[in-house]
Design a protein around this ligand. Structure first.
Ligand code: KIV
Ligand code: ZN
Length: 502
């Protein structure tokens, strides 16, 4: 296996994203996580850009010992001086210097000539070499640069001492085959290319950053510049997790040193500290990357995970695939979750549970474990003397709340309407009138000692859970109800308590 070096620029290119700025303590936490993940190089910052960035490179250099610590500069002496000073405490250090290589940058950014720019690049490398042995040179906007000129520039900077040559597709413009050919051309036309490692640094403006990086590797690059979760300027950089898992999933003759099981925890840490949520369908680390929601896929995954998964979620530090219960789920998925929660159902019970599940799933986007417990409570308990059949309320400002409740008492139907000071009170009055009519309670009515309503999880489509305490003849009876409609849940809880006391 040949080694592909992972150069992580989460703390430099990633941190340039508006809103993603970190303080030094947070940067150290991420740098340590990257070290544990096994990256080869951490680009810790751009020291000349601010005193804070300078100090972060200093502190990261002290806190981290395994990876090379790299500091970015322009091809400017002052930048290189600052980078060298910030790396003082690094055990292994690299200066990353460079200059624009495309005619666009040469003419419109530097207002200069190809000859002058090449000379400035070479001088920057020579100057950086005075401070550190390991100097990486970036030919900015190499993706749009003239190939012959790029080759001349790369040859000259290697001659000046560059140990790594970075060929950035700064604007994310290249197509994979074009970028791959660019790397191949440099391999074939730069006479001293064997003295340096070729590095690929791709941006994702057309969604091609990972494909381009892999094309570069297939054509001889042996360092890939990445960020965690693909964060970075504009549409972002190449994702660390994607590159690493592409190499593990396919039979390439090269691999990285990454401990893939740490990918997910590191991804979460970066998302949290950088305040940058990960899109749900992001490859490898997105919330849905290992979630199966359609009945056909769920059934296939339950029979054999590999039917619909090319990566084992454990391999990237995710506890398990997820079978998301929704109205599209089949019986196999429901049974899988019920078994997981300790319910073993006979076929007839499962059929009954599945019907109730579909009713609930139609009114709630996603069914969670709490919902299943509630569903099982409804499915597995023995028949009750009082059953709720209908609850209808009219309420709201400035109406006087009124409820109509239909209940069955020992199989006989009672429908009563009543007013109350709110929809729950009106519903309870209606139930009381019916149970008195049915003579199941002969003397005084129970007293409602406590009424507690809770959302099970979150969201306005959530299932509410109501607990009541009824006091009757000096005894306390507890009732429980749950439903996506809070009034229905409240009536169920009351009726549950009544069933217990009668
Ligand atoms: O995208 C780019 O060209 C860069 C360089 C500074 C390496 O980030
Ligand atoms: Zn970049």
């Amino acid at each position: 296996m040949q080694k592909v070096h992972i150069f992580d620029t989460t703390l430099r290119d990633g941190e340039q994203v508006p809103g993603c700025q970190l303080n030094t303590v947070e940067k150290i936490e991420i740098a340590k996580a990257l070290e544990a993940l096994g990256v080869d190089v951490i680009e810790a910052g751009f020291p000349i850009s601010s005193p804070g960035d300078f100090q972060s490179v200093v502190e990261i250099s002290k806190a981290v010992s395994e990876p090379i610590i790299c500091a970015l500069t322009r091809a400017v002496k002052g930048d290189i001086d600052a980078a060298a000073a910030s790396l003082e405490f690094a055990k292994r250090k690299r200066i990353h210097t460079g200059i624009g290589a495309s005619d666009m940058h040469i003419k419109y950014k530097f207002k200069s000539t190809r000859e002058d720019i090449l000379k400035r690049g070479v001088e920057a490398v020579k100057y950086a070499k005075k401070f550190v042995e390991d100097v990486e040179f970036y030919a900015e906007d190499a993706g749009r640069a003239d190939l012959e000129y790029l080759a001349q520039m790369i040859e000259a900077v290697i001659k000046a001492g560059a140990t790594v040559v970075n060929i950035p597709d700064t604007t994310g413009y290249n197509l994979p085959h074009v970028y791959g050919e660019k790397i191949k051309y440099l391999k074939e036309h730069v006479s001293n290319i064997g003295n340096a490692i070729i590095s690929v640094h791709c941006h994702n403006d057309l969604g091609l950053a990972t494909a381009n990086s892999m094309a570069g590797v297939e054509n001889g690059a042996r360092q890939v510049e990445v960020t965690m979760n693909g964060i970075g300027e504009r549409a972002g950089n190449t994702s660390l997790e994607e590159v690493v898992m592409i190499m593990r999933t396919h039979a390439f003759p090269y691999d990285t040193n990454i401990n893939a099981r740490k990918i997910y925890p590191t991804s979460r840490l970066v998302a949290k500290l950088m305040n940058m949520p990960i899109q749900a369908n992001k490859a490898i680390v997105g919330k849905n990357a290992f979630a199966h929601s359609s009945g056909i896929h769920q059934d296939g995954v339950l029979k054999m995970r590999e039917n619909y998964e090319i990566i084992d979620p454990h391999d990237v530090g995710i506890a398990s695939s997820e079978i998301v219960l929704s109205a599209r789920s089949g019986r196999a998925a429901l049974n899988h979750h019920l078994e997981r929660l300790g319910y073993e159902l006979k076929p007839a019970q499962l059929k009954n549970a599945y019907e109730k599940f579909l009713e609930l799933a139609d009114s709630k986007k996603q069914i969670l474990d709490e919902d299943l417990h509630m569903l099982m409570g409804k499915t597995l308990t023995s028949p009750k003397r009082i059953e709720t059949k209908l609850v209808e309320v009219v309420c709201g400002y400035p109406l006087k709340p009124m409820a109509t409740v239909k209940i069955l008492v020992d199989g006989v139907e009672y429908t009563t309407s009543a007013n109350g000071n709110g929809p729950v009170d009106a519903s309870y009055q209606a139930v009381n009138a019916s149970v008195i009519k049915a003579k199941v309670i002969k003397k005084s009515l129970p007293v409602l000692r406590e009424f507690l309503i809770q959302a099970m999880t979150k969201g306005s489509d959530d299932v509410s859970r109501v607990n009541v305490q009824l006091e009757y003849k000096n005894k306390v009876f507890y009732g429980f109800g749950s439903d996506t409609d809070i009034i229905v849940a409240a009536v169920q809880a009351y009726v549950d308590g009544l069933n217990k006391l009668i």
